[in-house]
Structure formats: structure tokens, C-alpha cells
Design a protein around this ligand. Sequence first.
Ligand code: ZN
Length: 276
Amino acid sequence: MRDFSNDHSALAINSATVKSLNLQQLVDGCARAGITAIAPWRDLVQAVGIPQAGKMIRDAGLKVTSLVRAGLFTASDAGGRRAAIDDNRRALDEAVGIGAANLLLIAGGLPPGSKDIVGARHQVRDGLATLLPYARQANMPLAMEPLHPMTAADRGCVTTLGNANDLCDELGEGLGVAIDVYHVWWDPTLPREIARAGKRILGYHVCDWLVPTTDLLLDRGMMGDGIIDLKSIRKMVEDAGYNAPVDVEIFSAGNWWKRDPDEVLRICAERFRNVV
Ligand code: ZN
């Protein structure tokens, strides 16, 4: 395993962890904290325009792990699914423009009124198949992030790493996976599926699962404050060949979003050295 104990050059900050910052503030805050990689959300880079965002990031010498996020392929009708593909193509252009290593995708949930999760998963597969030629041409890998089953209805009908690996097997080059401990820690097949993913692991995201959890989306914990065996999962991911930066991704409306962003970044770096 990599030694993070006196080095956090492998630490990347997902911009949602310090949600109150705009892109320039995020870039400056990372510089103050000695953090060298980011995973910005699209609204942040769109707010300043892609060329300017790319320049800001390059001038600061920051790496971009992923542009977050696109996907959301499911819709009630063909027009809605076409609109999703168009938006994904724009996201790919944005990812290229800011020099991201990949574009992060989530599947999308059930279309409104639908009870057909099998159909929703087919829509995701078909959406990926439609998008992949454009992604390959742009030389921009797609990183599908399986989401915890609690989000299957409204955000992510690809719910396990096994589901995501099946999609990679079926669709081939240009598609990989992003593994977020919050979504997969509970899965008894995790060791097997991480090994199976192998070199297709394009991203690794950390935070922690609090007990009790008070909100299904916005109550993620800081690494070390919950029950996820972070070191064991990182070992599996690194044994599978992953050696890119690790994204800290904490949606925390009740706690971390209320704190001073400089303090949050400092604590992220400290926990990264000690508990990730
Ligand atoms: Zn994630």
C-alpha cells in the first residue's frame, strides 16, 4: 500500500466537500492546504467558463481526477434520453477542456412513475453504448460510479460494483468504474469485484458512514468518524492496480458544510495521512 502518513500528494478534494467555495476559492484553498488534485463539479467550472476554468487549474498546477458528474441516462421517453446523451457529450467536452483524467458518471434512477428497474438498467446500458464512441474519440474515459441501493429509485439504478463491472465487460474500452466507499462498503462481494475491476478502476472516493445516519444523501462523515474499514478497502483497490489520487467526497449539510472551508481542508489532509 502507498504510504500517506507524511505525504498527501495522493489526496484530491471533491469540490462538494467544501461546497461554499467557487472554483477560484477552491484552487486557492487547496494551495494553502498543500493539496494538489481536485474533482470539481460541473456547475463550478461552468460558472467561470471552460477555457478560464482550465487555465485556472493549469496555472495552479492542480491535477483533475474526475469532472463530476454526468450520466443520468434514464428518462420517460426517447426525447429525454436524447437530451441526456447531448448533455453527456457537453460534459465530455468540459472534461477535455479542464484536463480531467476521466468523466464521472452516475446511472440515473427510475423515470417518473416507473416501476421497471430492469428497463432502467437497460436504458443506462444503451445510453453508455451511444456515448462511448464520442468518449473514445475524445480520449476521455468514462468512470461509472455504482451507488448505494438506497439511491436506486432517484439517482443510481446501477447499485453494485458487480453491476458496473458487467457493463464494462459488455461495452468494452473507454468505460471503467469509480469506487466510492460510501456506496460499496457493505457489499459481501466487494473483494471479488474489486479484483475483477482491476485496471478498470478509474477513481477511488473516501468519506465515512456515520451511525446513526440522519440523511440518505447529506450526512456523510469525515474519514475516521464512522464504521467503514477504509484501510482494508484501499488495500484491495491498490492491490488491483489503482495508484491515482484518492478523492475525498463529503456531503454534510449538518456539519462539514457549516465549517470554515480552510479548517475542513486541513482536517481532510490530516485524516488522509492517518486513517485513509
Ligand atoms: Zn463518489
